[in-house]
Write a new protein. Structure first.
Length: 134
């Protein structure tokens, strides 16, 4: 069985005039024990920066992530890069996402690119989707 017990706790310090949100997660705590923590910092009203890391006890995989998000009136754009180490294998994967709920009334349009590991010759994957609310 997977994900028998998972937990997530978020502490938003904005009420103390500190523009930081801290998140701690534990996924599948019985089996794989996938643990992570992240901090999202509001640099300005439109820009947020996220840094985080994690460790999977079962697979002994360590990961780090850094990202930036820009919110405008009609769209949101974000980019991040993740770095992970498992044994001798190291991967570095970029991701870029642009989304808008202003283009189509009642729908969110999203275009994303998740790159392949920089060491491979693959170009990654482009995904386009529309989520419609009824």
């Amino acid at each position: 069985y997977e994900n028998l017990l998972s937990a997530k706790a978020t502490l938003d310090l904005a009420s103390f005039d500190v523009p930081v949100s801290l998140t701690i997660k534990g996924k599948d705590l019985i089996n794989s024990q996938d643990l992570s923590a992240s901090a999202k910092i509001a640099v300005s009203e439109a820009v947020k920066v996220t840094v985080g890391g994690g460790y999977n006890v079962k697979s002994e995989k360590t990961s780090l992530i850094a990202g930036i998000e820009y919110s405008a009136e009609k769209f949101t754009a974000s980019a991040d890069v993740s770095f992970s180490i498992k044994g001798e294998t190291k991967t570095l994967v970029p991701t870029v996402v642009v989304s808008s709920d202003a283009l189509i009334n009642g729908a969110t349009v999203e275009l994303s690119w998740k790159g392949a590991d920089f060491k491979t010759e693959k170009n990654g994957k482009i995904n386009a989707q529309v989520k419609i609310s009824l």
